[in-house]
Design a binder for this molecule. Structure first.
Ligand code: SF4
Length: 417
């Protein structure tokens, strides 16, 4: 996937600020020399624990899905050091697993700008005094990551490990389990990873895009980072755009409007049925008058989640699309928790029945009953993410639900209208 370099859109205007947006400014997979020429040298020796307060002022949030304040994760790991066995030094992991089927921004970043991720990992490592650093990457980006690490003296202590291609392999405790034990399944955590993760050490897991932003904040400062985006959502984020348009990665500013991003992606909005925001654990939305932000009033903002926009055309059925996704999610359960292991497949069967025309009005109630049994009952958030997807589909495609249960389909009606 080739990223779009002129890739910024403003909430206020159709503004194209390629000169100000940097993640891919060094071109595709640059040498370390070109990377340093483009972004400037990195002064690692100036980084210490006080960098955590710089991150706090920047307002950077995680770009992997949950959108936690990044500084809090570093601070918790720094504090975890005090309580760790024999004061064991922390572990920092750059998480590039990207198991979300509709996301490809992290693979794109690792393939085209691996040095920025390495910079961010080295900075985070220094800020929490880590002694072990890992890049956990999908197989497709492995070669460029290994070459970038091998080409840098300052990256010698970074270990590169392969992330299995499964939906759940990027969940933070699954990342730790994979690196520590070779098993990419979530841990039933009794202790926080910031206290005890890899080898019992305080462990910090940060998404690779988050680390790329860390690398630029360390160079250019808080004011630079906050000069785009909004007060509640500063900086830029990468978005994987797919579906009824050309697949592409866009770098957009925080709080950008959904409509403006779709315009930048070349989407004909008159042919959009709905947009899935955030991926398989995200939400369908329609109409498109939202902005993308991890915080803000419901009804005005939609959470970017894993940084995914998937466009459904007016010729597609949202229920069929959701049923396929839920079947996939049911198959990706790590089968460690009963409600997830049995509940998601049962929900997928019911949703498929609705989507493919079983005229039974009781099916929606059954779906909701199963959802109540599954919600909040997993060791990880996998079932809750699946429930969010289904709930948004029932709301966004409520006219399709009624039509399907009465033996027709609004898609057919639209086509023949
Ligand atoms: S909730 Fe599902 S995916 Fe998560 S740990 Fe339990 S079985 Fe595995």
């Amino acid at each position: 996937m080739t990223p779009q370099r002129a890739a910024s859109v403003s909430a206020a205007q159709g503004w194209d600020g390629a000169a100000n947006y940097q993640l891919f400014a060094a071109g595709s997979n640059p040498t370390f020399g070109v990377h340093e020429q483009t972004f400037g040298p990195l002064s690692l020796e100036t980084i210490g624990a006080d960098f955590i307060s710089v991150l706090e002022q920047s307002g950077l949030t995680g770009r992997g899905g949950a959108a936690f304040a990044s500084w809090r994760k570093l601070a918790a790991t720094d504090q975890g050091r005090g309580g760790a066995l024999l004061g064991a030094k922390p572990v920092v992991i750059a998480n590039g697993a990207e198991g979300e089927p509709l996301s490809f921004k992290d693979k794109t970043l690792l393939t085209h700008a691996p040095h920025l991720v390495i910079d961010g990992l080295l900075i985070a490592g220094r800020a929490v005094s880590a002694s072990l650093l890992y890049i956990y990457t999908t197989p497709s980006a492995m070669r460029s990551v290994q070459a970038a690490v091998a080409g840098r003296r300052d990256a010698r202590k970074i270990k590169v490990t392969e992330a299995p291609e499964s939906f759940i392999s990027g969940e933070a405790s699954a990342v730790v389990n994979s690196i520590a034990n070779g098993i990419a399944l979530p841990l039933d955590n009794r202790r926080r990873l910031s206290e005890s993760g890899v080898k019992g050490r305080p462990t910090l897991v940060l998404n690779v895009e988050t680390l790329a932003h860390v690398a630029l904040i360390a160079r250019h400062g808080v004011g630079w980072f906050r000069s785009v985006g909004s007060e509640r959502d500063p900086g830029t984020r990468l978005i994987s755009v797919s579906g009824h348009c050309a697949e592409q990665v866009l770098e957009v500013e925080g709080d950008a409007s959904l409509a403006s991003i779709l315009g930048r992606a070349g989407v004909d909005r008159s042919d959009v049925r709905a947009v899935l925001v955030g991926g398989y654990h995200g939400q369908w939305v329609r109409p498109l008058d939202y902005t993308l932000s991890p915080s803000g009033p419901a009804g005005q903002v939609i959470r970017p989640g894993a940084g995914v926009l998937h466009v459904l055309s007016t010729g597609d059925c949202g229920l069929e699309a959701t049923a396929r996704m839920l079947s996939y999610l049911a198959g990706e359960s790590a089968k460690q928790c009963g409600p997830c292991m049995f509940g998601l497949p049962a929900m997928a069967r019911v949703l498929n029945a609705i989507a493919y025309g079983a005229p039974d009005p009781s099916l929606v109630g059954e779906l909701q009953r199963l959802g109540n049994l599954v919600g909040g009952r997993g060791a990880c958030h996998h079932p809750d993410g699946a429930l969010r997807l289904v709930a948004s589909a029932l709301e966004t495609f409520s006219d399709d639900v009624k039509a399907h249960l009465s033996g027709s389909c609004t898609r057919t009606l639209r086509r023949t209208a």
